[in-house]
Design a protein around this ligand. Structure first.
Ligand SMILES: [Zn+2]
Length: 159
């Protein structure tokens, strides 16, 4: 028998909880429990820090992207606009523009030459004057005039 350190009543040696006052008697156990709780709290804390960092990071990327689109919208054309404009220029040089089959814009090479000049290199499949389908490689050189408008500088095609 031993005495409960909380209420001084006599209890079994193996008792882990006092039957008189209901206190936990195994100090080692309760200590471990506290440690576990602390560790759990720590874990939650690190996840919280990570989550906050992630939120800040995402916010930073989003705001960064937003600023780029709002401030440079009229200065830098997007690749799809460049690619489609080049295709329109090339169509004028085709004998049968209606038969023209352009590949997806991902198949176009777009080079920014500086001074708002862009060179688009790609190919088009279209019918020649004999009605045969030919693949034509083309290079379009053009200058960006702002607001999604371009000025054609040069079109080069070779079969
Ligand atoms: Zn007790």
């Amino acid at each position: 028998m031993k005495k409960c350190s909380f209420c001084a009543e006599e209890i079994q040696d193996e008792a882990i909880k006092c039957k008189h006052c209901g206190e936990m008697l195994n100090n080692q156990n309760s200590l471990n429990l506290t440690k576990t709780i602390e560790r759990k709290k720590m874990g939650c804390g690190s996840w919280l820090v990570l989550a906050v960092l992630l939120a800040v990071f995402i916010n930073w990327i989003t705001s960064c992207g937003n600023t780029t689109t709002t401030t440079t919208k009229s200065d830098i054309p997007d690749n799809i606009t460049i690619c489609v404009t080049a295709q329109q220029y090339v169509e004028h040089f085709l004998k049968a523009p209606g038969s023209a089959k352009f590949p997806s814009c991902h198949a176009s090479t777009i080079e920014n030459l500086g001074n708002k000049k862009y060179r688009v290199t790609s190919y088009v499949d279209s019918q020649n004057s004999f009605g045969a389908l030919l693949r034509l490689n083309y290079t379009v050189l053009m200058e960006y005039k702002g607001n999604d408008r371009f000025q054609l500088i040069d079109v080069n095609t070779n079969e």
